[in-house]
Write a protein that binds this ligand. Structure first.
Ligand code: CO
Length: 489
């Protein structure tokens, strides 16, 4: 790398040497440039993107994530406290239309009217005024920012600790909190049964003993099964997998110290600690009924699973695994945090034998990353798609990567040093499929839509369409093929 290029990147600069490739590749990213991707986007827009995409790519990419990360001049403490902003990117006749709207949660509406933070948030954004303003406040603002799914003519913005918000799928206007399950939580990671097309989801009521709910919704959106299990200890479960015969949950080994929350010093999520002396509990629920089987493994932490499937009498679960809970140091703003201060996640395969109760684990590769996905979840899949750091150390996601789990071969495309990728959404098709990721381009402070042929990632995007602005780094998205039903909410 030339000195000119180094000078242009400015300071602080990290130079990371990929030692396993004999120091041939030297990669960089600029932390200040990366952090600008967390700037609030207040505007709500509708417009067509310039450029064209493959004409057979027809449908809507939904995407949710924190859009507002400060209010009244006060930055939020953690991006997970950001107010949910849903985007719809509609692909039709080779063109893409963009629309974004904030979810009008009760908290968002009241705080926008007041122009300042009024509520206590899970990840540490507190009401102004210190302890006295927050103590014995057991509420948590529902920010509706984690996932979005369109099912049975309903569009839901998802946040795991509460019921979903229903949106109009055409205008993205908020209809309201959808209490079709009463006050029960509905997680941000629903799964589809590849055979019936039914949507399955879970919700955890947390406490000293937690209650885990598993729901099945038929194609009309009716709840056709609902099972409840009481779990031992505090349960932090963000995702699950659904195989033809089982729903499987990894219960992370966590301990809750509630007092800083009670006294108003911290958000509830900041009071969680990794309980390294406890096992990771693997909860296997037979879908047809019958008792839940609990297996145990040496402690590790998981947010996301790539896939779960059954093969040769065993269950395989592929997950991004951390050796401890991903917790930021309390004295630092997340925008100034170095990735080397955080544990990185690697892909692991966990093999379960429900009969012998044996659990074995195997690391699938050395890369660190997040947001794993497969083309058809629930069935054996050769490839896992995810976002990874550009080097072998922990770092921001800059690479769209396809990992062949059978050979270990990788098919990668990097947007380093200036580009930062989001969750890859995989769209299966008869012609090989597509992968879409939103890329924050820090050199121009804009986000672009990158579309790859699913089996040729290294060839680079077949289309890269710029938005007119940046989008704050998002969380999860989903794809609805074809055109939406005209049913209005
Ligand atoms: Co998630």
């Amino acid at each position: 790398m030339s000195f000119l290029r180094l000078a242009r990147l400015g300071s602080p600069l990290r130079i990371l040497r990929d030692v396993k490739k004999n120091a041939v590749s030297t990669t960089t990213y600029d932390r200040v440039a990366w952090a600008r991707g967390y700037e609030t986007l207040r505007e709500e827009m509708d417009y067509c993107l310039p450029g064209t995409v493959p004409a057979d790519l027809t449908g809507t990419l939904w995407r949710n994530g924190p859009g507002q990360l400060d209010l009244g001049g006060v930055p939020y403490r953690h991006p997970f406290d950001g107010d949910g902003m849903v985007c719809a990117l509609t692909f039709k006749d080779g063109r893409v239309h963009f629309r974004n709207r904030y979810v009008r949660t009760e908290g968002f509406v009241q705080e926008q009217a007041a122009g300042r933070i009024l509520f206590k948030n899970v990840f540490g954004t507190l009401r102004p005024g210190g302890m006295l303003a927050n103590w014995f406040d057991f509420s948590n603002k529902n920010v509706a920012n984690t996932g979005v799914v369109y099912y049975a003519d309903k569009l839901w913005a998802l946040w795991e600790a509460a019921p979903p918000h229903r949106l109009n799928p055409h205008s993205l206007e908020t209809v309201g909190l959808d209490k079709f399950l009463g006050e029960l939580p509905f997680s941000a990671h629903p799964r589809f049964d590849p055979l019936t097309g039914h949507l399955w989801n879970f919700g955890v009521e947390v406490g000293l003993a937690s209650r885990l709910h598993l729901y099945e919704l038929d194609r009309t959106g009716r709840v056709v099964s609902h099972r409840v299990e009481t779990l031992k200890g505090f349960a932090f479960i963000h995702d699950f997998v659904l195989t033809p015969h089982y729903a499987i949950f990894f219960q992370n080994p966590m301990a809750l110290d509630p007092w800083p929350f009670v006294w108003g010093q911290k958000g509830a999520g900041e009071c969680l600690n990794f309980a390294a002396g406890e096992p990771t509990r693997i909860l296997v629920m037979p879908r047809a009924g019958g008792p839940m089987v609990t297996l145990t493994a040496d402690p590790f932490f998981v947010f996301h699973h790539a896939n779960g499937f059954e093969q040769d009498g065993l269950i395989q679960v592929d997950s991004v695994r951390y050796e401890e809970y991903l917790k930021a140091p309390e004295d630092k703003d997340f925008r100034t945090l170095g990735f080397d201060e955080l544990p990185g996640g690697k892909l692991w395969r966990t093999t379960l034998n429900v009969v012998s109760r044996q659990v074995t684990t195997r690391c699938l590769g050395d890369r660190m990353g997040e947001f794993p996905a497969v083309a058809v979840a629930g069935l054996p899949q050769r490839d896992i798609y995810w976002g990874t750091a550009d080097c072998l150390q922990n770092g921001p996601l800059q690479v769209v990567c396809r990992l062949n789990t059978q050979t270990g071969q990788e098919d990668r495309y990097s947007f380093a040093p200036t580009g930062f990728v989001g969750e890859p959404v995989v769209i299966p098709s008869a012609t090989g499929g597509w992968v879409i990721s939103l890329v924050y381009q820090s050199d121009v402070h804009r986000t672009a839509v990158a579309i790859f042929a699913a089996e040729q990632i290294a060839a680079g995007p077949v289309a890269l369409l710029p938005l007119a602005h940046h989008l704050p780094y998002g969380l999860h998205g989903s794809w609805s093929p074809g055109f939406l039903s005209d049913t209005q909410s």
